[in-house]
Design a protein around this ligand. Structure first.
Ligand code: MRU
Length: 352
C-alpha cells in the first residue's frame, strides 16, 4: 500500500510564502487527510491543545514555525514592540500543553534568536527566526533516523514489536521515534510484525499508528489496551518501543497515559521495554518523574468522544490524565540519537 499522506504532505510544514503553518489535522484521521494552514496565534494554540498537531517533537516544530509565521504576519517593525509581542505570543503558545518539554524547548530556542541578535532590524531577524524554525524541524528528522538506526541493532529479522500511542511520523517531522526502527526495518527487509494498542481515550494507536504503519506497508495488528498482557504472556511480543514527552534526569519518563501499564506488564513477562527519546525530549532540569507536570484533559474525552451517545452516567467524576510516569527501573534502555543508555540513568546538560 502506498504511504498516502507521506506522498502528499509533511506532518508539520511551512507554506511556500512563509506565511502559514501547515499541519495535517490529525483529529480527522484516518477518515480524512486534510492539511490546514494557520497563521493566527489563537488558531495555532488551539490546534496544539486540541491535538490537531500532537506528539512531543511535532508540537515543538509546530510552535517554532507557528511563532515565526505569527511574527512575520504581525507587520511590527519597531524592534522593541516586536520583541515584546514575540515573548507574549511565546508564553501563550507554551501554555497549550504542559508535559512535553519539546514545546517550551523549541520556543526557548526561538527566543534565544532574539537575544543573540539584539541589534538587527526586524526584517533580518525574521530571516533568522525562519532559519531556526526550519533547523529545529530538520534536526528532528535526523534525530529520529539515528534513533531508528541505534534501535535496529537490538532486534533480529522477523521480530514482533509492540508500541503504544503514536510516536510515529505523525508525531515528528519524519520516521517517528518509536516507529523509526520500524520504518528502517522495512527499508532493510527485517519483516517485523507490529502490534499497536488503541490507546484510550484519544485512540492515537488506532487512529494514527495503525493508519500510518499500514499505509507504509507494514504488517500491523491493532489490539485494545487491555490485551497487551495476554499477548506478552503468550510470548508473542519480542520488544516494546514507545516514545516519550519528557525524560527526567534520573531516567523516569513521561509518556502517553497507559505507558506505565505496558512497562509493568513487560517487566512481568521479561519483554524488553525501550523508550525512544530524541535529545529534544530530555530534560536535565527535571530531577525525577514526580517533578513532571501531567496534563489533565476534559472528562468528555472519556465519557463522550467516539461514542454515538454518552457512555457514562451524567455527572460522574472523571479522571483523565493525558500522560503517566514510567519509573526508570521498568525501562530496559533509553534510545537517543546519540546512543543507547541503560540504568543507572543520569541525563545531565550534555544530553541536550
Ligand atoms: O497527547 P499526544 O498525542 O500528544 O501524546 C503523544 C505521546 O504520548 C507520544 O508518545 C510522545 O509525544 C512521543 S511522540 C514521538
Amino acid at each position: 500500500m502506498r504511504n498516502k499522506y507521506d506522498h502528499m504532505v509533511e506532518t508539520v510544514d511551512i507554506d511556500e510564502n512563509g506565511d502559514r503553518l501547515l499541519i495535517i489535522d490529525q483529529t480527522l484521521l484516518p477518515g480524512e487527510i486534510k492539511v490546514i494552514g494557520l497563521k493566527d496565534i489563537k488558531d495555532i494554540r488551539e490546534a496544539i491543545y486540541l491535538l490537531k498537531v500532537r506528539g512531543a517533537p511535532a508540537i515543538g516544530v509546530a510552535a517554532a514555525i507557528g511563532i515565526y509565521v505569527v511574527s512575520k504576519n504581525s507587520n511590527i517593525n519597531d524592534r522593541r514592540d516586536f520583541d515584546a509581542k514575540f515573548r507574549e505570543n511565546a508564553a501563550y503558545l507554551n501554555s497549550a500543553r504542559p508535559t512535553a518539554v519539546n514545546l517550551s524547548r523549541a520556543l526557548e530556542r526561538m527566543e534565544k534568536v532574539l537575544e543573540d541578535n539584539k541589534d538587527i532590524e526586524v526584517c533580518r531577524l525574521l530571516e533568522k527566526l525562519k532559519e531556526e524554525a526550519l533547523k529545529i524541524k530538520e534536526e528532528d528528522t535526523r534525530m529520529c533516523r539515528s534513533i531508528g538506526e541505534n534501535a535496529l541493532g537490538l532486534l533480529k529479522k522477523g521480530d514482533t514489536l509492540l508500541t503504544h500511542c503514536n510516536a510515529g511520523q505523525l508525531a515528528t517531522s519524519k520516521y517517528g521515534t518509536a516507529t523509526a526502527v520500524m520504518y528502517l526495518g522495512k527499508e532493510k527487509g527485517y519483516d517485523f510484525r507490529i502490534y499497536c494498542d488503541e490507546t484510550r481515550p484519544l485512540l492515537q494507536g488506532a487512529r494514527l499508528t495503525a493508519y500510518e504503519l499500514s499505509c507504509a506497508g507494514m504488517d500491523v495488528t491493532l489490539c485494545c489496551d487491555n490485551m497487551v498482557a495476554s499477548l506478552m504472556r503468550q510470548g508473542v511480543i519480542d520488544a516494546v518501543f514507545v516514545g516519550c514527552d519528557r525524560v527526567a534526569s534520573n531516567g523516569d519518563v513521561a509518556n502517553k497515559i497507559g505507558t506505565s501499564v505496558v512497562a509493568t506488564v513487560a517487566a512481568r513477562y521479561k519483554v524488553p521495554f525501550y523508550v525512544c527519546a530524541p535529545s529534544s525530549t530530555i530534560d536535565p532540569d527535571t530531577a525525577t518523574g514526580d517533578d513532571i507536570v501531567i496534563e489533565q484533559r476534559p472528562g468528555a474525552e472519556v465519557t463522550d468522544m467516539w461514542y454515538e451517545k454518552r457512555m457514562a452516567p451524567d455527572n460522574i467524576k472523571v479522571y483523565n490524565p493525558a500522560f503517566d510516569i514510567t519509573d526508570n527501573e521498568l525501562i530496559t534502555a533509553i534510545i537517543t540519537e546519540k546512543g543507547i543508555y541503560r540504568a543507572p540513568y543520569f541525563f545531565g546538560r550534555e544530553f541536550i
